[in-house]
Design a protein around this ligand. Structure first.
Ligand SMILES: [Zn+2]
Length: 125
């Protein structure tokens, strides 16, 4: 088997994303062996594609927006909802943001100071 990177695609709901799939390719048959990092290439592409198709956010995008708001994962969960460890799940890729959470985060991304209003309301309770 030889180490190579070959064109492949990931598919979600009929949408296709082209990728260059690294892996071990047999020189005499169609066999391909992917190790962990090789598989991650396709998995990350799938997450990107699903986020685009379903109008959601990737784990990286969620983390970027939360950091822009200058709040911890725990605080983000308390202020924005989704459950006690929701942001840990979103950012580690073990749980997807809902469409409504994605929309809320997009609004906060374009106007980060508005997190203060949610914080004031939270503390006022
Ligand atoms: Zn073979």
């Amino acid at each position: 088997m030889i180490r190579d990177e070959r064109p492949d695609e990931v598919v979600y709901k009929g949408s296709i994303m082209q990728i260059e799939q690294p892996g071990w390719y047999c020189q005499s048959c169609e066999e391909v062996v992917l190790d962990g990092p090789d598989s991650a290439v396709a998995e990350e592409a799938f997450v990107r594609l699903k986020a685009d198709v379903d109008n959601l956010l990737t784990p990286q995008e969620v983390a970027l927006i939360r950091k822009k708001l200058k709040i911890s994962q725990r605080k983000a969960s308390a202020l924005l909802g989704g459950g006690p460890r929701s942001f840990q799940k979103y950012e580690s890729g073990t749980g997807w943001v809902t469409r409504s959470m994605a929309n809320l985060l997009r609004l906060l991304d374009s106007d980060p100071n508005r997190i203060n209003e949610l914080e004031a309301a939270h503390e006022g309770r």
